[in-house]
Design a protein around this ligand. Structure first.
Ligand code: SAM
Length: 168
């Protein structure tokens, strides 16, 4: 089974808290197994993500790493960097193999060495938008909708109108 991890580059605790949390939640909802991040260690963000995984199920882990350079270099598998400057995702997806994947998304300025360390630089349109959107669209095409989360304490029963949550 191919393991999918997301890497969020250089998190800034004050500026990026909400968007990095959303990157993590999208990663989990769309089937990634874990998220790693560099930059400021942010226990508050880690707790929000861990709390969601505890309530809504997992497995999903979040972990801070000191050096993006070392982490990306040492990762065993395909390193896929999402950037508007890359090649179109629909054609790149067809070239992927069965190795584990590390999907890298930026925040502030992405150091050029990340483009060089990546096996593929992949664009979800050649227009500037958001790491949250790029990750969601890419994961949806990579692995499709995740069916079922283990150990969920609550599960939504879809409704045409209203909110139905079943406690497990
Ligand atoms: N200014 C940054 C730089 O140096 O490239 C990018 C800022 S952008 C708001 C943050 C991140 O969103 C990027 O690093 C990239 O991962 C993702 N992103 C934005 N637009 C994208 C696109 N069209 N395709 C793929 N990823 C995109």
């Amino acid at each position: 089974m191919v393991k999918v991890s997301v890497f969020r580059l250089e998190h800034r605790a004050v500026r990026d808290k909400r968007i990095s949390t959303h990157v993590a939640l999208v990663a989990r909802a769309f089937g990634a197994d874990s998220i790693y991040y560099s930059g400021d260690k942010d226990s508050e963000m880690e707790k929000s993500v861990t709390d969601i995984a505890e309530s809504w199920g997992g497995p999903f882990t979040i972990e801070h790493v000191d050096s993006y350079r070392k982490f990306i270099k040492d990762f065993k598998g395909e390193k896929l960097h999402l950037t508007m400057y890359g090649l179109p995702y629909k054609t790149e997806l067809k070239q992927l193999d069965k190795q584990d994947k590390l999907i890298i998304v930026g925040g502030g300025k992405v150091p050029f060495e990340v483009y060089e360390m990546a096996d593929r630089n992949i664009a979800v349109t050649s227009q500037p938008h958001s790491e949250v959107a790029a990750l969601g669209i890419f994961l949806e095409h990579l692995s499709g909708e995740k069916k079922g989360f283990k150990n969920a304490k609550q599960v939504i029963t879809p409704q045409d109108c209203g909110k139905k949550v079943v406690e497990k």
